[in-house]
Design a protein around this ligand. Sequence first.
Ligand code: AMP
Ligand code: MG
Length: 474
Amino acid sequence: MPLAIPFDNSYARLPGPFHTRQRAAPVRAPRLIAWNAGLAEALGITGDDDAQTLARVFSGNDLPEGAAPLAQVYAGHQFGGFSPQLGDGRALLLGEVVDRAGHRRDIQLKGSGPTPYSRMGDGRAWLGPVLREYLVSEAMHAMGIPTTRALAAVATGEQVWREAGALPGAVLTRVASSHIRVGTFQYFAARRDLANLRALYDYTVARHYPHVENPAHLLSEVIGRQARLVAQWLSVGFIHGVMNTDNTAISGETIDYGPCAFMDSYHPQTVYSSIDAQGRYAYDNQANAIVWNMAQFASALVPLMPEADAAVAEFTALVHAMPDRIEAEWRTAFGAKIGIADPTPEDLVLVGDLLARMAEGRADFTNTFRALATGGARDQFRDPLAFDSWEAGWRARIAREADPLAVMRAANPVVIPRNHRVEQVIAAAVSGDLAPFERLLAVVSRPFEDLPDAADLRRPPLPSEAVSRTFCGT
Ligand code: AMP
Ligand code: MG
């Protein structure tokens, strides 16, 4: 039986200005690198899943029955500056499926060739960012953080040219609950295309928020999901790196993994992205960045309201309330990290004190929190006494908790895809060895398990291994 993907394409049925129909540009020699069989099963994909078939379909060379490939248009604020037209410049929505759980999900190729929205780009991706997104998105999912997923990675057999020279090309297939972005709303709002802005609003509400009654309600719901999402990122030391409004999904999923990275030693100002010179999207600026993005979303919704002044007043109040909503999510997430199920403001003083000592003591973020439950946290600090003088107060506090160890074990991953390991597995893959990638993927897909033979993947980088810069490079 041929490979069968049960497509049901609703975005393709939206009016013409939403997208451009586009076929993938064929590649020379597609070869399957990774296939997420569990996800494929959940999506209802059946039939021949031999490596050659998958390589042809998920490179874009073969168009599967029922697909209606298209490039989506959107706009966006990139590092604060507005671009009225962006869009899928190197990606194509193959189509949607309603998965076995009844959820509609996009299947998208990334790196599949030029589109009308490619601007100066080649429409391609190289292997490095494809493997990075595969690893990090699957790790995020395994940690329980809303995210797009990785379904397949295929090497193209072609070279792509980047600053570093010629690199092996690849295509990632990702799955998202949708690819509707803040920037999609901004696109129609900036063009004053009220009819299509309304069509987008109706489509978004029907697809993601069917209980929502008006634009203010939608804004509040999206703010709620994004507040939770960013608190979850902070709780695992994740730095997205490019929180532009075109990379902020209305669904509340993490999307567009570019120069993203997890922190090793804790410092709130940590930045990895080579293009983020100002630290706009530094670790602890992410809460501000998402509030700013939600203000842009609010602006794009104003034309949908009958009376602009009243809408601005109502939306402004919602946006101004967002920091408190992030704070509440942050409190829950970080309370759990120190074993407190329902933290009070005083408990947060305890968290803040620990973080300050961690920053001072260059403590490893992941390993310090994990060691609170398993022992050895003091060894993570340059000066272990800095931990000891915090520990007494903490122990007295968690003595009043029902099961602090279980709370901490569920909140603190054992392993994250550390930046230097991601870079190492990419380097190995470029030289033809996929085994390190496969091993790292297997381990970070079970992030709360203390797997034997994975100690090297849990260890922070040696000074000689540390990677402090990441690149968009896609
Ligand atoms: P990003 O910030 O990486 O999500 O990308 C911003 C915009 O640049 C999007 O519209 C992308 O489609 C486009 N883009 C990035 N890389 C390429 C490329 N290699 N070819 C064409 N368009 C690209
Ligand atoms: Mg993007």
